[in-house]
Design a binder for this molecule. Structure first.
Ligand SMILES: [Zn+2]
Ligand SMILES: [Zn+2]
Ligand SMILES: [Zn+2]
Ligand SMILES: [Zn+2]
Ligand SMILES: [Zn+2]
Ligand SMILES: [Zn+2]
Length: 1984
């Protein structure tokens, strides 16, 4: 049983008030972990303890068996040793420490119990005596997953644990997952909990095991039994004596040592927990009383909170008492509880707690032990059993002590069904005391009252307790005790004198006048008490939850006893929270109303259960009915009498209308007090319904009235008053009564309460109508509504009052008619109408769906909330019947849409509709009907017939008053001037007429079928209405202008009239084919007319709206004219593109919603623009040409989003900038183990091949003037300062880090990036003939330059030669060249600018410098330092990294690089590349030159060895980008100009070629590249087409491979056998950990780390390892300790590796070529993107459908980059010395050393895009993965403790129980220890993912996105929680597992998450989510 329900209810069903109250206590939710008390011992163990011999003492004990000395002996031992073994740490905060306690205190007990030293063995033997368990009884920890089966569970508290669930049949059923609140246990094997499949496979009873369990004790050896009994008794006695005593002096004398009393300094002051004082208060008190630091104070406070108490002072009695006094003195209001104890007493108590834990272990060993222990617990002492003593001692127990005792009950009594009953009886006996203790207790998080659910949910036990122990009444009385404290004795105006009744009645009636009263002013303590008391009602709910099938007299009697008490409760509630209409002034204080409704919600289910109990038994229902009636009668006799009545007068007035004289209650809703709480009347109505099954309720009712002198109208009087109140409220009469009343009326009819409130009132009115004369009933209603004038003078529709009053009256009339429709039309309640339960459900669903399609969750919520016991089975099948489930896409929610044929059942006056629902549904249904071509006339569908006893209600429809009323309405419609009229009134009246016609029809048919002339049942509306001329009036209506819109309706009714008139005439001819409800559809003529009119109206309306819209649009367009210009990079033409504006103004992404999953920010660039650009271009290579086609490059014109002005982008004007966001990133990292250790000294010159760090830049692409931006930014700063002053909560941007939001789209940004003109446009005056120079010469030149620049210097101090670069001038290099070469070389590099020299404007220069600075500081996380050598070069890294990210993104979307990028990305890269290009010009050339040489030295041979990374370790794209920008500057002597900007000339072509060559070699020599590994790759590639230079190419590759193999021979032998060798050489098979650590360095075996965890099989799925799955499962199940495990891993690895090495064949040449090309593609794609944006040369016009990774893309890119398509040209060794040099450098010994560095992983080509962790398909599998290995904790919801899966590396991140001690509470207090404050996800993010972490919080089912904004330097983080990619069958997410449906992974959603991660949009998403959630309090995300 698991008490999930109560947790649910308190979470959701309360009105927030309760929750508010508990916030003060929320800081008290911390776990209780006794074990943790022990801390490291740094105290020397006393001599006395060291010498203790436990076995000797045990022998002593053994000899005492059977003697009375046994207990004394033990007690003496404990008296002496316990205070020594458990002593306080010198630092008191650290609590108790243990010194040899295990040996001295526990070991002797063990030896004694088993009678031997070899206890291990003995335990095994005893375990063998147990029967295999057939029940599970697993105790749930808090937040452990539980499983509930919708098909088989008896009630909602039956749950299974994970293990049982997986082994049970229910896995295949419709299960539900939930999260336990802790404390419940698994019901597997409990026959009362399951309808079927009681046992899981683990707990299935064996065939012969059905034998009785009585021999449990017999099975134990006799001596053992005696010893165990003896020992258990002493231990339990001891523990109870010590724990359950209020005063330490109660301790037996024999346990007191010398330090008990007297003058010694071994006293302690003990501080106890309470709910009143906050942490801060406690800390404040402590700092003053014991003068500790704030930090210490906090530690004490958290111990108190966790344990329930803590020692705060050690010393002598005086000192301790002084502290006690101070603490009590210093606390405000109620003093903190504080006691002074001798230390030895505390030690004994501590030991007692430990003993109880020990006992739990012991009784778990054997069934026999458990039974013996139960016996002991039932030992009586001083008339109380030990159990009772414990149960009653809650008020003296503290948290941790309570918790152990609680657990021992669960582990003893509840594991044994017989003892459960014994315990239950004891529990029941002491019920009220237990609750009294609990309610008074300030420490409510553990309580014995929690045991209730375990007792009452066992049906047989519950029934037994009711019938034999009067449980029902006991529980209700326990609650009444608290209600009585809340009673307000109302002043009684009059006491009814009842002559034949004695004094007792008057007393009773006096009590009934008492009402519950809740005040806002009550102190929080009292409120808390009452809130706790309310939990008693849950017990009642459980107790009555299951209805018996058989009733015994005792059961009946005791049920009625309970029922009587329950009625008392209801009578207290009846009439509570009364209100009086406020006139004149608005009320001053909103009265309290929430508590009342909270109780209503809680008793709803109880009333439901009571009714079910009654309905099953005639006797019970009859008696209950009478009892309720009696109570109601007494209430009536004492009820409030109207202010209009004099004392002692009858409350009844006589009203006369025409000939009728009618008795009415003289009560005026407008003036007299009124309450919406009338539970007694409602209960009577509910029982009345059930009574019909057995007796004639009408007779019973009249009996009741007679017997108790009830006025029959009292039955529905109060219900009626509430309807009047509601109508008046709608009409606005109660406006001055404020929100309190509005809220009450809202909840009155809201789904949460309506079942017991509104619905019952309608029922009461229906019953009233059925019991009363129709005229009487209607007059009573009209009287109460104040509408009698309508029938008194129907023709007079004129108002003498003010316009407002008139309007009010009209509104009230509308509401009255609506109520009549409801009373007459709502017959879908079983026994009211002739319907079944499922018809009611069906109708409800249809009407829900008539408001529009709904997702499953909303539908379900609307049904479970109402407390309706709708079995989900019904709901599902009815849903199938009435609706279609529609899903638009995989990722979106599915919706239920109403079926067409259900539309006919729509009733616009459906009683559960709010006004808003009514409008919405009408609109929706009309829309649907239009599609189907149905008429727009919405009629009420014909209701089902009334049940017999209600049949008389329909008489209302033909009574005089009704017809007069209708006449009045019709007359006033015709009367143009009548003011007391409205169209709504007319429509309602017409609907009432239709209802009457339905009845006429029904009665007509009935008469025909019955063929008897029963005139009494005859219903003749038409005939009766003749008297009132209704038909005539209706005919006149057709021409009345007021009825214009209802014409169709009127004519429809008239037709029916005619039909009936005909029928009357030809009655015998039996024309039975007519049905009223359908004939309107035939009337096509009328329909067409109506339609036409409607269309006209609609057209008029539309025209009006369009006019309005255009006006608005015009205004907007004028205001923001430039926004509407085509994009904002217009190519000069100002054509207005209508499709753009809306997409340009990007809408904020709401991450938490469905729409947020799509990339809505990526405004797509219009396709046509690209098409245009492409079609007119010839295929042009972008590199190596100087044929600068400038025609396509017109000037850039951008529109500033701030000032809306257009500006041309120029070098010498004000800069235009884009907001951008810079972050350091590790997204692309192939190596999570590696990170930048020290950013201050880190050298970013080279990017490592594994991309383990990087700097990413993103932007929303919105242009703004730099000057405008500065203005904007300044205002942001000012705003921020104000914000601080106003104490607002979290901001979604951090001004301290320079963050701001884009003024247009609110995207998070932290810098701006300047936009520059096209590079070629300002470098374009270089009109030169292309230099004629070969690649070889070019290379040669650079090599010369490199070598010429290396200089060495001899360091004086270190006596070492230092190498450095001194860039040598161009002239000295050209000297070494042939003349022509020298000339061309000079031409290529040395050109010194054109004639027109442009300069940067200051603004642009400044923006570029600032941007560079931002990259440096934000990218590397260092302080700004403009002189740092790294500043000039770091910008290029960000450029390369960002392009690589974009390439990755395109790749996961399987897109070609030609495919158009989102606008924001094109804008960004284009700006970024241009800024990177000119960056070098702004810095010291010497630095740039040196940087260039350093980069070149990786690619070119140098004459001396330089300290640079090996080629194999360098990312070549980064190298390319940096070199591209630095080479042009290499030979300048002067200040560089724009001529030195790379624009794609020969330099770039040759550089590209050099890089490509290097990359080929890098790949070929990479780890295992040239060997066969995966058959699949080579196969698929071999099938490619062969081209001509095939052989040549292959040959070239082969020869290179030959060389590599040759020169790497030695290296390969180390590399390829890696793991195998490593293991073989160095790992000791005994040390599993070491193996794993080793293995982690290898790419293959890295995954093995994951095999170690719980998630074995999923990792297997992902990896292509050949390891066998079952084997691994076997390994992991018996986990890492034993050596078998080690050798298993070892063998597995060896076999896997050896098969690899043995089959190590070289790949075929062709396969190699294809694999190589594939591997080259990422670099080529990046380079193409790079040069495209650098040169501006258009993409080739090849179809964009070409897939990435395809050979055609390879060819295309080579062509675009001007590279040879054939690899042979690149890899031809014969004419390329450089190639040889490169091969040499790759194989030099340096490489080996650098590769052996720790934390490097061999890279595998082709390099793949980083994936997210492959999640399992089913969510439960994920739950199971994390359910193990989580620290146990109870009653705590701590953010930091939920296990999370890092989606980036797959590791399970959870805080260990050790660390959470310090941190779980510290969030509430600012501490000085920042490290202690960091959450596990925060720490993991720093280690694993860099700045953005993605975690799936498994138990909450939500996704945590964590963004660390400063790399852990200042502990700044922000985050957000979003739904997981798991969806249920209805396509809905389930954040926090609120619904618990089975969830499945949605791949599409996961892919979107992956995309967002790669595209670095999470910081932005988080910022947007923060903006949306706008919580007042900032969440401290570092704690996650
Ligand atoms: Zn279980
Ligand atoms: Zn089981
Ligand atoms: Zn099942
Ligand atoms: Zn501007
Ligand atoms: Zn923007
Ligand atoms: Zn991770």
């Amino acid at each position: 049983m698991n008490d999930t329900d109560s947790a649910d209810m308190s979470d959701d069903d309360d009105f927030g008030l309760d929750n508010d109250l508990t916030t003060a206590n929320s800081n008290e939710q911390t776990p209780i972990i006794i074990e943790d008390l022990t801390t490291a011992i740094d105290i020397s163990v006393p001599e006395e303890l060291q010498q203790f011999d436990s076995s000797k003492f045990a022998q002593d004990l053994l000899s005492k068996v059977g003697t009375s000395d046994f207990q004394t002996c033990l007690y003496q031992h404990w008296r002496r040793y316990t205070p020594l073994c458990y002593t306080y740490h010198p630092n008191l905060v650290k609590g108790m420490i243990e010194l040899r306690a295990q040996d001295i205190l526990f070991r002797p007990l063990e030896i004694f119990l088993y009678g031997t030293q070899d206890t291990e063995n003995a335990i095994q033997t005893i375990k063998g005596l147990n029967n295999p368990p057939t029940v599970c009884g697993h105790l749930f920890k808090s937040e452990e997953p539980t499983y509930f089966c919708r098909d088989c569970c008896v009630d909602a508290t039956c749950v299974l644990c994970t293990e049982c669930f997986l082994q049970s049949e229910h896995r295949k059923h419709r299960y539900k997952m939930n999260v336990s609140a802790g404390g419940g246990y698994c019901d597997c094997g409990d026959t009362e909990a399951w309808k079927q499949d009681v046992h899981c496979a683990l707990h299935k009873p064996k065939n012969d095991q059905e034998q009785d369990n009585n021999d449990i004790l017999e099975r134990l050896p006799n001596l053992l039994k005696i010893r165990a009994g003896l020992l258990f008794e002493v231990l339990l006695n001891f523990s109870v004596q010590l724990l359950c005593c209020g005063d330490y002096q109660e301790t037996p004398v024999v346990l007191r040592n010398d330090d008990w009393d007297g003058n010694h300094d071994r006293y302690v002051t003990m501080l106890f927990n309470d709910e009143i004082h906050t942490y801060d208060q406690v800390i404040a008190v402590l700092t003053r009383s014991i003068s500790c630091s704030k930090q210490e104070g906090h530690e004490y406070a958290s111990v108190v909170d966790r344990e329930g108490r803590t020692a705060v002072r050690c010393g002598n009695l005086e000192q301790c008492q002084e502290v006690q006094q101070m603490i009590m003195h210093h606390t405000v209001d109620i003093p903190l509880k504080c006691r002074v104890y001798p230390k030895c007493f505390v030690s004994l108590q501590y030991f007692a707690q430990k003993l109880m834990l020990y006992m739990q272990e012991v009784i778990a060993i054997s069934d026999g032990f458990r039974r013996l222990f139960c016996l002991c617990e039932m030992n009586a002492k001083d008339q109380l059993t030990l159990t009772e003593r414990i149960l009653l001692a809650e008020n003296v127990l503290w948290k941790s002590a309570k918790s152990v005792l609680h657990q021992i009950f669960i582990n003893s009594f509840f594991m044994d069904s017989e003892w459960k009953k014994t315990f239950a009886i004891l529990y029941m006996k002491n019920y009220s005391t237990i609750w009294r203790n609990y309610v008074k207790d300030h420490d409510e998080y553990v309580s014995f009252t929690d045991l209730s659910v375990q007792v009452y949910t066992v049906p047989s036990l519950a029934r037994y307790l009711i019938s034999s122990h009067n449980a029902f009444q006991t529980i209700v009385e326990a609650f009444l005790e608290y209600c009585r404290k809340k009673l307000n004795c109302m002043y009684i105006k009059r006491i009814v004198y009842i002559p034949y009744r004695s004094l007792t009645v008057i007393l009773f009636s006096f009590e009934a006048q008492e009402k519950l009263l809740f005040l806002r002013t009550t102190t929080s303590m009292v409120q808390n008490e009452f809130r706790r008391a309310q939990s008693i009602l849950y017990d009642l709910k459980y107790l009555l939850g299951i209805v018996p099938t058989q009733y015994t007299p005792e059961l009946r009697e005791n049920f009625l006893n309970g029922f009587t008490s329950f009625l008392r409760l209801l009578s207290y509630m009846h009439g509570m929270d009364k209100v009086v209409r406020q006139v004149g002034q608005h009320i001053e204080f909103e009265p309290e109303w929430e508590t009342g409704f909270n109780i209503v919600i809680k008793i709803q289910t109880i009333i439901q259960s009571i009714l079910e109990w009654c309905s099953q038994d005639p006797e019970l229902s009859q008696k209950a009915y009478v009892k309720t009636g009696e109570t109601l009668a007494s209430m009536q006799q004492n009820s409030d009498i109207s202010h209009m009545i004099k004392k002692d007068a009858s409350p009844i007035v006589k009203i006369s209308v025409h000939d009728h004289k009618i008795e009415c209650y003289s009560y005026d809703v407008q003036k007299d007090p009124i309450s919406v709480h009338i539970p007694v009347a409602r209960l009577l109505a509910a029982i009345y319904i059930h009574l019909q099954r057995y007796t004639d309720p009408t007779a019973t009712f009249h009996n009741l009235c007679q017997q108790y002198k009830i006025y029959p109208c009292f039955f529905y009087e109060e219900a009626l008053r509430i309807q009047v109140l509601s109508a008046q409220h709608i009409a606005g009469l109660w406006r001055r009564n404020g929100y309190s009343l509005s809220n009450q009326l809202y909840f009155y009819s809201n789904i949460k309460c309506r079942k017991e409130m509104y619905d019952r009132d309608i029922l009461a009115l229906q019953i009233g109508a059925s019991l009363t004369q129709p005229n009487t009933f209607l007059v009573q209603l009209l009287h109460k509504f104040g509408l009698l004038e309508w029938v008194r003078s129907p023709e007079n529709g004129y108002s003498t009052e003010t316009e407002t009053k008139t309007r009010e009256k009209v509104r009230i009339m509308e509401e009255f008619l609506h109520l009549l429709i409801i009373i007459l039309g709502e017959r879908y309640e079983p026994y009211v109408g002739q319907v079944m339960k499922d018809e009611k459900l069906k109708r409800e669903i249809i009407h829900q769906l008539c408001t529009g399609p709904l997702p499953h969750s909303e539908l379900v919520r609307n049904f479970t909330d109402s407390g309706q016991e709708v079995g989900t089975v019904d709901l599902e099948s009815v849903l199938k019947e009435t609706a279609d489930f529609k899903k638009l896409s995989h990722t979106s929610k599915g919706h239920y849409e109403l079926k067409n044929d259900c539309l006919i059942d729509y009733n616009p006056f459906y009683y559960h509709y709010t006004k808003a629902d009514q409008c919405r549904s009408e609109e929706y249904v009309l829309k649907r009907r239009k599609i189907l071509g149905l008429s727009s006339l919405l009629l009420i569908p014909s209701p089902p017939a009334f049940y017999d006893s209600f049949q008389s209600i329909i008489q209302l429809l033909q009574c005089d008053i009704f017809l007069t009323l209708i006449k009045a309405v019709l007359h006033r419609t015709i009367d143009q001037k009548a003011e007391l009229w409205s169209e709504a009134i007319l429509i309602r009246a017409l609907h009432l007429i239709t209802l009457a016609l339905f009845e006429e029809e029904r009665s007509f048919h009935k008469q025909q079928t019955l063929s008897s002339n029963v005139s009494s049942h005859n219903f003749q509306f038409c005939e009766n209405s003749q008297k009132y001329g209704i038909e005539k009036l209706l005919t006149q209506l057709t021409t009345a202008t007021k009825a214009e819109t209802c014409k169709e309706f009127v004519s429809h009714i008239l037709k029916s009239f005619n039909k009936f008139n005909e029928k009357q005439n030809v009655r015998d001819e039996q024309s039975s084919s007519l049905t009223v409800s359908q004939d309107f559809t035939n009337d096509t003529n009328k329909k067409a007319q109506k339609e036409k009119r409607r269309k006209e109206l609609a057209a008029q309306k539309r025209a009006k709206i369009i006019a309005q819209m255009t006006a608005l649009q015009k205004n907007f367009m004028e205001g923001n004219k430039d926004l509407f210009d085509e994009a904002h990079i217009s190519t000069g033409n100002d054509s207005l593109s209508p499709s753009l504006p809306s997409s340009l103004i990007a809408t904020p992404v709401l991450l938490g919603t469905e729409s947020g999953m799509t990339e809505s920010m990526d405004t797509n660039f219009p396709e046509e623009l690209y098409a245009k650009e492409r079609t007119n271009q010839v295929f042009q290579s972008c590199l190596g040409t100087t044929d600068l086609d400038l025609s396509s490059q017109t000037n850039l014109i951008l529109t500033c989003i701030f000032c809306q002005e257009n500006s041309e982008v120029r070098l010498n004007s004000d800069a235009i900038v884009l907001p951008a966001y810079i972050e350091s990133s590790r997204t692309l990292s192939k190596n999570r183990l590696r990170k930048i250790e020290n950013p201050d000294t880190f050298d970013p010159s080279f990017m490592s091949n594994d991309l383990y760090w990087g700097i990413h830049v993103s932007s929303c692409g919105h242009a703004i003037h730099a000057s405008c931006w500065i203005k904007y930014h300044d205002s942001v700063l000012i705003q921020d300062q104000r914000r601080v002053l106003r104490m607002r909560g979290a901001t979604n941007y951090d001004v301290e880090r320079g963050e701001f939001l884009c003024p247009l789209c609110q995207t998070l940004s932290n810098t701006v990036i300047p936009v520059l003109p096209y590079l070629r446009s300002f470098a374009g005056d270089i009109k030169l003939t292309p230099p004629q120079m070969s690649y070889k010469d070019w290379l040669d030149g650079l090599e010369k330059a490199l070598n010429g620049s290396i200089e060495s210097r001899y360091e004086d101090e270190s006596h070492e030669e230092q190498l450095f670069f001194n860039p040598c001038p161009l002239s000295s290099i050209t000297k070494m060249m042939a003349e022509t070469v020298a000339f061309n070389f000079q031409l290529l590099f040395g050109f010194a600018g054109g004639s027109k020299v442009q300069e940067f404007s200051d603004s642009i220069r400044e923006r570029i410098t600032t941007f560079g600075r931002s990259i440096y500081t934000l990218g590397l996380n260092v302080d700004p330092d403009d002189d740092n050598d790294r500043v000039p070069t770091i910008l290029w890294t960000s450029c390369a990294y960002t392009i690589q990210t974009i390439e990755n993104l395109l790749r996961i979307d399987s897109k070609s690089i030609l495919s158009p990028l989102p606008l924001r990305q094109t804008e960004l890269i284009s700006a970024l590349v241009k800024v990177a290009a000119v960056n070098g010009l702004l810095h010291d050339i010497d630095k740039i030159k040196k940087h260039c040489l350093k980069l070149l030295s990786v690619l070119l041979p140098s004459r001396v060895r330089l300290q640079v990374p090996s080629l194999s370790d360098v990312d070549l794209f980064h190298l390319l980008v940096s070199l591209c920008f630095t080479i042009p500057i290499l030979f300048t002597n002067e200040i560089p100009r724009f001529a030195h900007v790379a624009i794609g000339n020969l330099n770039d072509l040759y550089l590209m070629r050099l890089i490509l060559t290097a990359h080929c070699l890098q790949i070929l020599s990479s780890h295992n590249f040239i060997y066969q590994q995966d058959q699949n790759i080579s196969e698929s590639l071999n099938s490619d087409t062969i081209n001509t230079d095939d052989d040549e190419e292959i040959e070239a590759i082969n020869s290179v491979v030959q060389r590599i193999v040759q020169s790497q021979n030695e290296l390969i032998s180390i590399e390829c056998t890696d793991v195998n060798e490593h293991i073989g050489q160095s790992i000791l098979p005994n040390d599993g950990k070491q193996i794993i650590e080793r293995l982690c360095h290898d790419k293959y075996t890295k995954k093995l780390k994951w095999f170690m965890g719980d998630n074995v099989w999923y990792m297997c799925q992902r990896e292509t390892l050949t390891l066998k799955l079952p084997k691994y499962r076997a390994i992991t199940t018996d986990c890492s300790k034993n050596s078998e495990f080690n050798s298993a891993i070892f063998n597995e690895c060896r076999s896997n590796q050896s098969c690899q090495t043995s089959s190590q064949r070289l790949l075929s040449g062709r396969a190699l070529r294809e694999k190589l090309k594939l591997s080259l593609l990422p670099l080529l794609r990046c380079s193409a993107i790079f040069y495209h944006y650098l040169t501006g040369i258009a993409w080739p016009t090849i179809s964009t459908t070409a897939l990435p990774d395809s050979p055609s893309e390879y060819t295309m890119i080579c062509q675009y980059l001007g590279l040879p398509n054939c690899l042979s040209k690149i890899l031809n060794q014969n004419n390329d010395n450089n190639l040889n040099d490169l091969v040499n450098s790759l194989t030099s010994s340096d490489t080996i050393t650098s590769r052996d560095q720790i934390n490097t992983v061999p890279l595998i080509y082709p390099m793949e895009v980083n994936e997210l962790y492959p999640l399992p398909k089913e969510y439960i599998d994920l739950m199971n993965q994390v359910s193990q290995g989580v620290a146990p904790y109870k009653y705590a919801r701590d953010e930091t403790r939920s296990p999370c899966i890092c989606l980036i590396c797959g590791e399970i991140v959870v805080r260990s129980s050790q660390t959470n001690r310090q941190t779980s509470v510290s969030s509430l207090v600012t501490t000085n220890h920042p490290e202690a404050n960091l959450g596990p996800c925060y720490l993991h993010t720093l280690r694993c993912c860099g700045s953005v972490g993605l975690y799936l919080r498994v138990k909450e089912c939500s996704l945590l996105v964590l963004n660390i904004t400063d790399n852990g330097r200042g502990n700044k983080a922000r985050g957000t929680l979003i739904p997981t990619p798991y969806l249920d069958d209805y396509g809905e997410t389930d954040q926090n597992l609120r619904r618990g449906n089975p969830l499945h992974l949605c791949e599409e959603r996961y892919h979107l998450l992956h995309r967002r991660w790669l595209s670095h949009t999470y910081p932005e998403d988080i910022s947007r989510n923060m903006e949306l959630s706008a919580s007042v309090y900032a969440t401290n995300w570092t704690l996650f």
